[in-house]
Design a protein around this ligand. Sequence first.
Ligand code: 5GP
Ligand code: ZN
Length: 145
Amino acid sequence: MSGQCVFCRIIRGEIPSEKVYEDERALAFLDIHPSTPGHTLVIPKTHVSRIEDLSEEDASALFRVLHRLVGRIQSAVGAPASTIGINNGQESGQEVPHIHIHVIPRSRSDRGGIIQGIARPQRHIGREELSQIAERIREHTADLS
Ligand code: 5GP
Ligand code: ZN
């Protein structure tokens, strides 16, 4: 928990929110400025900024809650689909430094776009560069296997 963090304050009940689900490790509540009806934020109760800072236990718990909630949120608001995303770090547009998963119910008429549209490459990235990038990432993940 962090004293000034707005989401920690929501967890503690110091700031009102429309909570839709809560368990020992996670909380889900409606975004105060929803992109669409039912726009929900799913957060861990532990104060960390980014997904890579989560413990494996909290990461699992968060994804488990997401998995259980998404279909139910869609049903509740009559949406056939949703976009799910995390602004992970300030440079990606993250404003609240307490990791949160956005669940944004979607429909064909919502005038939105696709998640790949949030950034555009400055130049074409060809097959050779793809291979080089993949190799660099494999080097950085070698410790995992
Ligand atoms: P991000 O950090 O990913 O850019 O987005 C933060 C989100 O938190 C925004 O969509 C914003 O509307 C939402 N938000 C910020 N402050 C509050 C608050 O006090 N209550 C609720 N329910 N949502 C908030
Ligand atoms: Zn916090």
